[in-house]
Design a protein. Structure first.
Length: 266
């Protein structure tokens, strides 16, 4: 999705070199609909420039700083030399992330949606989280709660969350659940201990997973999972609770898994 309207002075934009002249470089702005800018030869690089083509090539992707915008003249003045290496790297990464998010939007809403609704949904994510990519990233981490402040309906939220959880990789995701363990045996403490060991995986948890089971208040125990992505974290959380249920069930006890804490704060 490309932005409508105009960029603002001081903004960093990604563009593709479309035409090179002796007086400067014309750049198609990749993030804006039907917008083109000009980098004057004095803004291409520092120092004296003998030949502009020694510094840029046609079809080259460049990051530019917006110097001035004249909407009435349909003119955007740009600078390449005012963008440092760090800014260039960060902006290109952000742009690539937004391209990924565009594809996720297409996956989530590929059927039965018109262009206006597509843009409305995208703008809700941008307004809520600052960018399309950040909206999907937060949906992957926090689920529907990440979209509580939007005007999206339940079906739209479900589509975004499902797509995010299947496609977005974030550095670490933490999920938490609780399991109530009960045993009718006289030696019930030992039964619970074995169930907790099973919940912790008996040393067989994958290396990239951090799983911790802690006491909250009888009979409730917290299962906390940290993993590289939401789906893996959820799968490991459910598996941990399942192991506890199976272990204590084999000893005549019971286990109840729930997502919200029930005991008073410690």
């Amino acid at each position: 999705m490309k932005y409508s309207g105009w960029p603002t002075p001081g903004e960093l934009v990604v563009g593709r070199v479309d035409e090179i002249e002796d007086f400067g470089v014309f750049v198609d702005l990749e993030e804006y609909e039907n917008k083109r800018g000009l980098v004057h030869v004095s803004e291409v690089a520092s120092g004296w420039i003998k030949n502009v083509r020694d510094h840029v090539n046609v079809d080259q992707m460049v990051v530019c700083k917006v110097i001035e915008v004249d909407e009435s003249a349909q003119q955007v003045d740009l600078s390449i030399k005012d963008v440092n290496d760090h800014q260039r790297s960060d902006k290109i990464q952000d742009w690539k992330n937004e391209q990924k998010a565009d594809k996720w939007m297409e996956i989530a809403f590929s059927e039965g949606i018109n262009d206006d609704d597509f843009r409305r949904i995208a703008n809700e994510l941008i307004d809520s989280h600052g960018s399309l990519y950040a909206g999907f990233e937060q949906a992957a981490i926090h689920g529907p709660e990440a979209l509580d402040g939007t005007d999206l309906d339940d079906d739209e939220i479900d589509a975004i969350v499902e797509t995010a959880r299947e496609n977005v990789s974030v550095p670490y995701v933490t999920v938490t659940g609780y399991v109530d363990l009960r045993s009718p045996d006289s030696d019930g403490v030992e039964d619970v201990r074995e169930a907790l060991e099973a919940a912790e995986g008996n040393g067989e948890i994958p290396e990239e997973i951090d799983l911790e089971v802690t006491y909250v208040g009888a009979p409730e125990y917290r299962i906390r999972v940290q993993a590289p992505n939401y789906k893996t974290a959820e799968d490991e959380l459910e598996a941990s609770a399942g192991r506890a249920r199976e272990a204590i069930g084999a000893m005549g006890g019971s286990a109840e898994f729930h997502r919200e804490r029930r005991t008073d704060e410690e």
